[in-house]
Ligand binder design. Sequence first.
Ligand SMILES: Nc1ncnc2c1ncn2[C@@H]1O[C@H](COP(=O)(O)OP(=O)(O)OP(=O)(O)O)[C@@H](O)[C@H]1O
Ligand SMILES: [Mg+2]
Length: 458
Amino acid sequence: MTDRFAVVWTRAGGKPVKMGSLVATARECRFSYDAIFVNSGLPGFSLLAPVERLLDKTPVVRAATERFPLHPRLMALIPPNSPGNLQRRVYAELLSKKKPPPAPGFETEWGILMLAGRNGIGHLDVFPSDLEAEDWYAQQAGETAVIGGRRGIWGLLRDEIHQSGGIGADAAQALADVMGPTPSVGGMTTKLLAAIPDLPVWGGELARPGTRAVRQTPYTDAVIKIEQPGYEGITVLEELCYTVHEAMGFRVPRRWTLEIDGMRILAVERFDRTRAGLPIPNESLLTAFSSGSPSVTSTSDLFLPEVAAWIKKLARLCAIDVQTTLREIFSRIAVALMTGNGDLHLDNLGFLGGSRDVVLAPVFDPAPMRAWPRHNMRMATPIDFVHGEPLYRQIAKAGTAFGFTLREALDVLYRAREATKDYPKLVTASKGVPAAQKRQLMDVVARERQLLAETIVI
Ligand SMILES: Nc1ncnc2c1ncn2[C@@H]1O[C@H](COP(=O)(O)OP(=O)(O)OP(=O)(O)O)[C@@H](O)[C@H]1O
Ligand SMILES: [Mg+2]
């Protein structure tokens, strides 16, 4: 394989500036900051690559592995290679037209990054060259905002979501036109990045991400999640869990729900954009931790207490309020346990901001995945359970790694149980959720509540 070169830019400061350069080989991926960028005061490539530490211009080097052929921070900009991922299929189809088309594996990942690695989640924009970066930013300024005819787009999406095989060239092109050069977001569910009207009710209008207004109507950027076969009711339950978190005082993004062309959709306002539309750095715990150690490669690779230990370590590199972050994570775990969300993994917790002002990202993806038998596990970041000790006492003990005393950790769990006492009723009353999922979720939640009740107060 020949060496590959690319450049990374950002518009976090308002106007686009070059951050640095990338070299990828079969063995490693190297990122070097540009000398000018180092003094710009702008947030750097990753929390694990703080600009302040790189004044000597030492490149950030990452050995290539099967899971991360490129730096984890860059892999987060590439739609995952799963058969249901619509955007991956669109980009694969577009790449197949290249002469010669890229080979599967690294070449394809790189090709997708070059096509799609810009204007995505967070503040990094990747381009094959500086010239292409300049052209792209200039083009964005003059781009028409509204995405095609509303009906046509949703119809096209519906048809594509219902087939997971190859996507036809025309459909791929049409969808690529719809999505523009916008990259996908990670995760399992089919989703789009787009701007939607900033009004109380959403009727399905879409504009390119970054659009601030269309004909005097203000627009805001959103992650738009589309329900797909096998997960009927997921957006309804996800929205319900957002409201549970909201009522408890957690920071949650605004949402809009919609049913259109037989599809149920949940639009979630992006928290990685300022009100003026500027990007804010945003990386998941997985990206940050796997950048720090090759032993963290998947979303469930750490035990719960290890997550706390990693955050404490991260504080050596950036200005994170360790105590607040740890307590909030454990409190979210408590709500996840009481709502049947076993999926609070390292990609469903994020860091928002650069190394000087990083905080835990607001709640996202709180869907109670345990409603689906194939996702029915208690905790994606588990604890080392032992027999003979009440389960929730063990979970509370893990809470002591998060800055709580055992008593306080138990109180956090009890508070979550109290705050969700109406949850089973709300699940029962929800519309659009299959009876089997309701039943399963009710059983799961009832069992967790029972197990918590059995924990003897110390
Ligand atoms: N409101 C938001 N603002 C900014 N980024 C977001 C927002 N919601 C989600 N994201 C980003 O998009 C990614 C995918 O979103 P999400 O986790 O909701 O999708 P998913 O497909 O349900 O994921 P999973 O694979 O965990 O089931 C997240 O990991 C996060 O980086
Ligand atoms: Mg997710």
